[in-house]
Design a protein around this ligand. Structure first.
Ligand code: HEM
Length: 169
């Protein structure tokens, strides 16, 4: 009986894993030449209408939680209060870019994100880890697929603008 339960448990775990791989297949990562700044399309404002501010803040928070245990965790704040502030700055930005209240401009000024990322060593590999963490949280969202893709396409392209170091970490 115990063996049957163990086999069923393993089977169940594999099933969940396969399901999550299939879900994440919609979110492929594009490769670019170092230094390229491909044109960006901003995400659909429908995303904010469906998720509301609270949903965007949750999405960003979940992303930071994954980042803080990822291979690029050294880039992000370790102390909880600092991490919470980073989550807030980032959520403010995403609410704004999805057509919501301009919290980021109010609190931080013009985004100029490539410049804000300059103090951090962001390699093409770091971008992949960053995007992979987003693909995990986006795939679990309760959001129509075309809206998930709109958000993903924006991140996939714009993330390359933040790559500022062409060497492996
Ligand atoms: C390429 C992968 C990326 C990496 C590795 C990365 C890493 C970081 C790091 C280390 C910080 C500073 C710590 C913090 O405040 O969280 C930061 C800040 C931030 N990032 Fe990124 N980032 C990436 C891409 C992006 C993209 C594509 C966006 C927007 C679409 C973005 C938006 C922001 C914002 C809004 C901040 C806060 C800036 C501020 O302090 O006012 N990041 N990022």
């Amino acid at each position: 009986m115990q063996t049957t339960n163990a086999v069923l448990f393993c089977y169940f775990k594999i099933l969940i894993r396969v399901k999550s791989i299939f879900k994440r297949m919609d979110f492929s990562i594009s490769q670019y030449e170092f230094g390229q700044r491909p044109p960006v399309t901003i995400p659909s404002p429908e995303i904010l209408k469906v998720l509301k501010e609270v949903g965007i803040r949750q999405l960003v928070s979940d992303h930071y939680d994954l980042l803080s245990i990822s291979e690029i965790k050294h880039l992000f704040p370790r102390i909880e209060e600092a991490l919470d502030k980073a989550k807030q700055r980032s959520s403010d930005f995403f609410i704004q870019i999805c057509g919501g209240h301009p919290y980021f401009n109010e609190n931080r000024g013009k985004p100029m994100l490539a410049k804000r990322h300059a103090p951090f060593k962001i390699t093409p590999e770091a971008r992949i880890v960053w995007l992979d963490c987003y693909s995990q949280v986006i795939s679990k969202l309760d959001l129509p697929l075309e809206l998930k893709k709109s958000f993903w396409d924006y991140l996939n392209v714009f993330s390359f603008w933040m790559v500022n170091t062409n060497e492996s970490s």
